[in-house]
Structure formats: structure tokens, C-alpha cells
Design a binder for this molecule. Structure first.
Ligand code: ZN
Length: 241
């Protein structure tokens, strides 16, 4: 056998490997997964308004079906030494409200507090103070949602085990909603929405009243406290004034 032919045959497996097994290079349709994790410097440089804009932009990507592709295992590894989240979101327990996805945020980007009916108590106020005063988050977002079972339960005055005491925390929002024109029952989606929005307003007021730390941070422009209402039917978000 000629030496040149032998060399060609020996290199054949390498050629086959390169052709068959070489990982596909990223193209426009398959972007490289994002492995970035928010750093202390990035968190410190952000203003509360910029955080809100980032969350609004992330929500636009969510509703357009353009969520960021993330390398979660890499983000897990990078975020382990420390966290520098941009915001704290208080959400309902509801399984149909995927908080991180709704704002297209990754590992280490957002503190999430969850309780049926998204109300604050001492423990959640403490969690918010930790998130903002200790850990540097720049925004608190209280998020209610459409067709909320906890809101309906409070309207219906449901009594069952520990649920009774939990729903009592939502009753002030029902009381705030008595001027609603129309059927004031849990069967009326417009009334349920009205109470859910008042529940967001009421809890933002409680945050300001019961947390001098957060109130002062808000007054100094160090944080922003905002409310929102998430629609289960189409994934859109309305900000609650
Ligand atoms: Zn709910």
C-alpha cells in the first residue's frame, strides 16, 4: 500500500468524526443559551426605574413567545457564591402564574414571595426588607391575578381550617370594593378583578405603613413599589395605579 493511501485511511475516522459528531455551531435560529448572572456591580448601577423597564421588556418577550434561552446549569454554578437580585415580586400561590417567566428573568434575578391572595404579613414584610435593605433589590412588585381562588374565597366568606384566617387578610379588599356597580359576587369576573386590584392597592399601602424601612427607601428613591394584575387568559399584565 502506498504511504499516502495509508495516511488517508488512517485519517478517515477523524474525518468521519468531524463530519458526523462536530457540534452544530450556533446560528441565528439557535442562539447561544444565556449563562449570565446579575453581578453586585450591575445591581448597584441599576436605578429602580431601569429595573421596572427591564421587567416590562422581559414581559414583552414573554407574551411574544420570545423568552430568553438560558443555560440553567451554568447559571446555578455562577450564582451559588452570592445573589444580587434586581427585584422582589409578591405573587399569589396560583400555579398558573409563572413569576420568573412572566418577566423573563433568570436564576438569581428576582426574589419571589408567594402566598394565596398575595398579601403581606410580618414575615413577608421582613422578607421584603431583607430583599431591599440587605440584599440590594430595587423594586417591589405586588402582583394579583385574574380568576384568583383566594379572592373568590374572601368574597364568598369561605370558612375552612386555616384558610379562614388566611382569607381574613384579603377581606379589607372586599370591603374597599363595595361601591362596585354590578353584581358583587365571586361569579362575576369583573368584580373578582376589581377586588384583586384593590387587594394589590391595599397591600402596597400596608407595606408603606408597616415598614418604615421600605417607606424611607421609597421616599429616597432607592426603591420603587408597584402593583400589577396578571391575566391568566392571555398572559398579559396591567399595572395597577
Ligand atoms: Zn390567586
Amino acid at each position: 500500500m502506498k504511504p499516502s493511501l495509508l495516511a488517508s485511511l488512517l485519517s478517515l475516522p477523524a474525518v468521519i468524526w468531524i463530519v458526523c459528531c462536530k457540534p452544530a455551531s450556533p446560528t441565528a435560529s439557535t442562539p447561544t443559551p444565556d449563562s449570565h448572572v446579575t453581578t453586585a456591580e450591575e445591581q448597584a448601577a441599576l436605578t429602580p426605574d431601569e429595573v421596572l423597564q427591564q421587567f416590562k421588556a422581559g414581559h414583552e418577550r414573554f407574551i411574544k413567545g420570545q423568552l430568553t434561552t438560558r443555560n440553567h446549569s451554568e447559571q446555578v454554578r455562577k450564582s451559588a457564591p452570592g445573589q444580587f437580585p434586581k427585584a422582589m415580586v409578591l405573587s399569589c400561590l396560583d400555579s398558573r402564574v409563572p413569576v420568573e417567566d412572566v418577566f423573563d428573568q433568570g436564576i438569581g434575578d428576582v426574589f419571589v414571595g408567594r402566598v394565596a391572595g398575595n398579601f403581606v404579613n410580618e414575615d413577608l414584610l421582613g422578607s421584603m426588607e431583607f430583599a431591599c435593605k440587605v440584599a440590594g433589590a430595587k423594586m417591589i412588585l405586588v402582583m394579583g391575578h385574574q380568576h384568583c381562588g383566594a379572592i373568590k374565597g374572601a368574597i364568598d366568606d369561605v370558612k375552612l381550617g386555616n384558610i379562614t384566617a388566611m382569607l381574613a387578610k384579603i377581606k379589607p379588599a372586599v370591603a374597599m370594593s363595595q361601591s362596585f356597580e354590578g353584581e358583587k359576587t365571586s361569579a362575576n369576573p369583573l368584580f373578582v378583578k376589581h377586588v384583586a386590584e384593590n387587594n394589590v392597592r391595599h397591600n402596597i399601602q400596608i407595606i408603606r405603613e408597616k415598614s418604615p424601612i421600605l417607606q424611607e427607601m421609597e421616599e429616597k428613591g432607592q426603591i420603587k413599589i408597584v402593583g400589577a394584575f396578571y391575566r391568566l387568559t392571555d398572559g398579559t399584565l396591567e399595572f395597577v395605579e
